[in-house]
Design a protein. Structure first.
Length: 206
């Protein structure tokens, strides 16, 4: 059976703060957290990951129950290993949002999850306010926030926490220090140097 050490990636910019058999947690100087989780049991996914609609419904239900909202749920591969890439957001207790990004690698009998946790700090809501000011001309003046919040995959939904226009990836370059921009950047950087052992690569896929 593979172990948590069967997956490696560059953590030179991070400081390890916890290391156990099933998880390793790192931090950096922006208060972000990076973690690697190993689950030595079959994944609890209810559908093959090729069924993207059912997969998104599954994640949406779990995130909404936890008080959050979905930003993106996609499938792909890293080093020829199937991966689920997700980004969610959760309201923080005081103010602002916490953005949770993850890469999940499911196999038949185990799985890995690389998770990034990026909290909003300082002056919160600045990205939302500035982007809304840029696009307000596209909204109904009688209801300037109509259509601002929506589910990225089901426009008929109305949930408590939802994707907003300011969450669009095209604004990341204008707000590189925003936690959502940081989360997306990490999820791009980590796969570039990620390595699986041969034992993992030979394992039965999910």
């Amino acid at each position: 059976m593979p172990s948590i050490n069967s997956l490696r990636f560059d953590t030179s910019k991070w400081e390890a703060i916890e290391q156990l058999d099933d998880r390793i947690i790192w931090k950096n100087d922006t208060a972000d957290r990076l973690s690697l989780h190993f689950f030595p049991i079959p994944p609890d996914l209810p559908t093959p990951i090729t069924n993207l609609t059912k997969l998104r419904n599954f994640y949406r239900q779990n995130v909404i129950q936890a008080g959050g909202g979905i930003i993106s749920i996609d499938i792909g591969s890293v080093k020829k290993v199937s991966a689920i890439k997700t980004i969610f957001k959760f309201p923080m207790k005081s103010t602002g949002m916490r953005y949770i990004g993850s890469l999940t690698f499911p196999f038949a009998n185990f799985s890995y999850v690389i998770k990034i946790d990026c909290p909003e700090s300082g002056m919160t809501g600045l990205r939302d306010s500035l982007v809304h000011a840029l696009v307000i001309k596209d909204f109904d003046p009688k209801d300037p926030f109509k259509g601002w919040f929506e589910d990225p995959y089901d426009k008929t939904r109305q949930d408590a926490v939802m994707w907003s226009k300011s969450d669009d990836e095209k604004y990341d370059s204008q707000f590189p220090d925003h936690p959502l921009s940081r989360a997306r950047k990490y999820l791009i950087e980590i796969p570039t140097n990620l390595k699986f052992t041969n034992e993992v690569l030979r394992a039965k896929p999910f």
